[in-house]
Design a protein around this ligand. Structure first.
Ligand SMILES: *Cc1c(COP(=O)(O)O)cnc(C)c1O
Length: 485
């Protein structure tokens, strides 16, 4: 059943309201002619019933975390507690204006101040800027800070090191502030090869950007040595902490030699993302990098909160106003609701769930790095590829999973694993859901042997079946245009 666009459903004269007729005299021409448009606005004309039906139908076509399991690796599609939404929607927050004077904004300034203190404590960092509005935006901000720091030390340096298991945004963020990227190899344990790191570290290296846990879902057990190698040459250790949900309350980046990191509030701290809402990628730093943080920082003096623009070495602003404050509020509510012990449980259960699935699946799919994982793990559908005559097995398995009511895992990433299926269950799924998911993947493996066409033609039950992926990429149609528009 296809749903027409709301514009196509519009019928001239149909109304979604009923108002009493106007009983005051209407003055003609009260607006100057030059302020009037010549064309009537294209506003959809429908009844309330039409509109409700349209949007409810659309909503039911949508795949979402509230309805189904969403094991998208690295993306942490955990359940977003509804209390967070309620707090962020409270009119005392929602109706604030960003230009409201400090005197009248003490409540929200206090929230931002305390949020910064909480994140700093969780990560053992001196300070955080809450301004970046996504993970990659945090990385960009981080690279600007790294550059400003080295500039002040007398040499801006040229190189950012990234492991071959890093998240794709890492090299692109570093590149976009003008750094050259040098890749560091992984070893057979799926961790950074220390020899390769040592041979590539010198006084032209500004920083290593380290995704931790890395994209194989593995902890870098040599983190202290990694930090030491970099610091020996005055280089900085940047941690991509988007997946901090594996580490909350267990280890603190600042105590492992990390100089600067970003978090993804929309992953680790449960705020909705993807189609569900905007993100927030705060950047945390150790003491020596504080002077370079974006302005304003939230200050506190004699019990009053204020916006501190007095940072002469700041890299400046990186977002309009103070970042995505609504998102920060939701994450703040999450942290306050859970507390230190609760956050630690989040990490423990995220790791437990991932390992539970890993063990259920490892006899059916190749597990290239067979060791205890963190919040996610990566399978390689190479046996399945062979049985499918060399077809793109990970993609087909992902599509077939949709028929079982599960979102596909992240596929073909990280690049160092062939036919990668990167699975992140998160801590919010029950054992029953994890069991069903494992059963589905085991069943698909069987189908590949017994009835491969079922998998090759999947999905069979979704609203739309085989999409033209290349066409969607190359010729995206992102807005409705009226004829002649
Ligand atoms: C999601 C993610 C990012 C990017 O975050 P965005 O908010 O999507 O920009 C960066 N690094 C890692 C490890 C991630 O998982």
């Amino acid at each position: 059943m296809t749903e027409k666009l709301i514009f196509e459903k519009s019928r001239t004269g149909r109304k979604g309201y009923s108002l009493p007729s106007l009983d005051i005299p209407v003055k003609e021409n009260i607006l100057p002619a030059n302020l009037l448009t010549e064309k009537e606005p294209e506003i959809v004309e429908l009844s309330e019933r039409d509109v409700v039906q349209h949007f409810v139908r659309l909503a039911r076509k949508n795949f979402c975390v509230d309805a189904n399991f969403y094991p998208l690796g690295s993306c942490t599609m955990k359940y977003s507690p509804k209390i967070n939404e309620k707090i962020a929607a409270n009119e005392k927050f929602a109706n604030l204006h960003p230009y409201q004077p400090e005197k009248l904004s003490q409540g929200i300034l206090k929230v931002l101040y305390e949020m910064e203190r909480s994140l700093s404590e969780i990560c053992a960092m001196a300070r955080f800027s809450l301004q970046p509005t996504a993970g990659a935006h945090g990385e960009l901000t981080g690279n600007l800070i790294i550059k400003a720091y080295h500039q002040q030390q007398g040499n801006p340096r040229k190189i950012i090191l990234v492991p071959d298991s890093s998240h794709g945004t890492n090299p692109s963020s570093a590149n976009s502030v003008g750094y050259n990227i040098v890749t560091v190899k992984s070893n057979s344990f799926g961790e950074i090869d220390l020899e390769d790191l040592t041979s590539k570290t010198n006084e032209e290296v500004a920083a290593l950007m380290l995704t931790l846990p890395n994209t194989l879902g593995l902890f870098e057990r040599k983190i202290l040595e990694i930090a030491e190698i970099l610091h020996r040459y005055g280089a900085l250790l940047y941690m991509d902490g988007a997946n901090m949900n594996a580490l909350l309350g267990i280890v603190k980046p600042g105590e492992m030699g990390v100089d600067i990191l970003h978090l993804n509030l929309h992953k680790t701290f449960s705020t909705p993302h993807g189609g569900g809402g905007p993100g927030s990628g705060p950047i945390g730093v150790t003491e020596k990098l504080v002077p370079f943080l974006p302005v304003p920082l939230i200050g506190k003096q004699q019990g009053k909160y204020f916006l501190n623009y007095d940072l002469p070495n700041s890299i400046g602003k990186v977002a309009g106003f103070y970042g995505n404050v609504g998102v920060i509020l939701k994450a703040y509510a999450y942290i306050k609701a859970l507390g230190g012990e609760g956050l630690k449980k989040v990490a423990e259960n995220a790791v437990l769930n991932a390992n539970y699935l890993r063990v259920l699946l490892k006899n059916h799919y190749l597990l290239p790095y067979d060791r205890i994982c963190m919040h996610e793990f990566v399978l390689a559908a190479v046996k399945q590829k062979e049985k499918l005559g060399g077809a793109r097995a990970a993609e087909l398995i992902g599509k077939r999973l949709l028929d079982f009511g599960f979102h596909a895992p992240t596929i073909y990433f990280p690049l160092i694993v062939h036919e990668a299926l990167m699975i992140e269950p998160t801590e919010t799924e029950s054992k029953e859901v994890l069991d069903e998911f494992a059963q589905a993947l085991i069943k698909i493996d069987k189908e590949i042997e017994e009835n491969p066409d079922l998998v090759k033609d999947a999905p069979h039950t979704t609203e739309v079946l085989r999409l033209d992926q290349a066409g969607a990429d190359r010729n995206p149609i992102l807005r409705y245009r009226n004829q002649g528009d």
